[in-house]
Design a protein around this ligand. Structure first.
Ligand SMILES: *[C@@H]1O[C@H](CO)[C@@H](O)[C@H](O)[C@H]1NC(C)=O
Length: 261
């Protein structure tokens, strides 16, 4: 199987979005990797079942660690119940921005009283049939997030972004983050990777090109202050309370910003 050249960051995220499929695909000839992939897959499945049935704290953390080394887009899906507690009615009309957005949009559309749209920052070449259907309906679209988003101001009650801002330099962040705030009414939720957590992927980096710029929480907070974006303290509190109650520990950094008033 040969990898087509393309956006290097997309490749990195691709591997992250579908960790086990990727492992099995690219390593079919060497069975140890296949075994590891299958074992991890089984762990994830077991963890997921526990999660569904409200499993114990340790199980949740195990899943969180597995997923944490892969993708924050997966983390968004896990966080939906907590986000609903924190944002209530603001989860009514959601835009997700990030790789593999179809997976998040499909999940959100299954929630009651939730409309969802998605922006895929890279390409949709590998989209499956259900994703292609979302694209045909205009629910998901590909757009370069370094440029203004193709939506009117205040089009969505909430904007959630994952695995996308990590790849932007401050120069582009300065344009993109205000854009996310512009199209939202009640806020922007940022899921960003933790520096150091993606260590497991280092061996694969030569294949993917340059890594994401994972920034510390103090970097982000300084950046928000610099660019006059306010964190929504009330929501932060609600989110933390809901997370504690459900023993949910995000594997990514989660920030809650206010939209422009
Ligand atoms: C981004 O915007 C902030 C605030 O306006 C500014 O201080 C900073 O220099 C900008 N950074 C870049 C790289 O343009």
């Amino acid at each position: 199987m040969s990898r087509r050249p393309g956006n290097p960051s997309r490749r990195l995220v691709d591997g992250g979005g579908l960790p086990f499929v990727g492992t099995i695909h690219s390593k079919t000839r060497s069975s140890p990797f296949l075994t590891i992939g299958l074992v991890l897959g089984a762990m994830l499945l077991v963890g997921f079942c526990y999660h569904q049935s409200g499993g114990s704290r340790n199980d949740l953390e195990a899943v969180s660690r597995v997923e944490g080394s892969t993708s924050c887009t997966v983390e968004v899906q896990r966080a939906i119940p907590i986000l609903k507690k924190a944002y209530g009615d603001s989860m009514h009309k959601v835009l997700h921005v990030g790789p593999d957005t179809c997976s998040v949009v499909s999940k959100l559309l299954k929630e009651e009283d939730t409309e969802a749209w998605g922006v895929e920052p890279y390409d949709l070449d590998d989209a499956d049939a259900s994703c292609k259907s979302l694209v045909r309906k205009g629910i998901v679209r590909a757009a370069d997030i370094k440029f203004p988003l193709p939506y009117r101001a205040k089009s969505f009650s909430l904007v959630i972004v994952s695995d996308a801002l990590d790849y932007l330099s401050p120069r582009y962040l300065n344009r993109t983050l205000p854009e996310l705030a512009r199209v939202s009414i009640d806020g922007v939720v940022i899921f960003a990777g933790y520096p150091g957590r993606q260590k497991a992927k280092d061996s694969e980096l030569p294949k993917f090109g340059r890594p994401a710029k994972l920034r510390s929480s103090s970097w982000w907070i300084r950046y928000f202050v610099q660019t006059s974006l306010d964190e929504n303290e009330a929501v932060v509190k609600k989110f933390d309370q809901a997370a504690t109650k459900r023993s949910y520990r995000p594997a990514c950094q989660v920030f809650h910003l206010k939209s422009y008033s």
